[in-house]
Design a protein around this ligand. Structure first.
Ligand code: FES
Length: 168
């Protein structure tokens, strides 16, 4: 996850602006607002992994839509954060297939290893555990998403391997 020390004021500039502009260019000129999800993702990535009201307002201004249109998207989808999260966000599926295939054991094991429950962040700011809805990889239940990666058929052993990898 990238971060920046840029002040939240006039946040959409430089590289952030260029990345959003690439998405805007994909859509017809009058459909600039179609870039809202990508714009929120980019702003979130560049702001230590979470959005503030001020940043969402800036996205609205930049896309020439109302703040409410941005808030609706940013609060509907679970991939947007509204408070600081850990550097590594473990998004563990809490939907039916993953439940039936033992996701509770994964939560329990991670709590034992990291000392945090879902919704919490480790004291060092390294890990956050989050319960999320079905991520469309039910055949690999129980599973979790970390960044752009899906980790499926989770076991205590595979969790150990991932944690060791992240400690490097
Ligand atoms: S139920 Fe977990 S990925 Fe679908």
């Amino acid at each position: 996850m990238s971060s920046t020390t840029t002040s939240p004021k006039n946040f959409i500039q430089g590289d952030i602006k260029a990345r959003i502009d690439k998405w805007i260019a994909i859509y017809p000129e009058e459909q600039k607002k179609s870039a809202v999800m990508s714009a929120l993702r980019i702003v979130q990535e560049c702001h230590n992994g979470y959005l503030t009201n001020d940043l969402m307002d800036q996205v609205a201004t930049y896309l020439e839509i109302t703040p409410m249109e941005v808030y609706e998207v940013a609060t509907f989808y679970g991939n947007y954060e509204h408070a600081p999260v850990g550097e590594i966000k473990l998004c563990i599926c809490n939907s039916i297939s993953c439940m039936l295939r033992g996701n509770q054991g994964i939560y329990d094991y991670l709590e034992q290893k990291l000392g945090i429950k879902p919704g919490e962040t480790t004291a060092d700011g390294r890990f956050t555990i989050k319960k999320v809805e079905c991520l469309g990889a039910c055949g690999g239940a129980p599973m979790m998403q970390v960044g752009k990666d899906y980790h499926e058929n989770l076991t205590n052993q595979s969790i150990d391997l991932l944690l060791a990898e992240w400690e490097k």
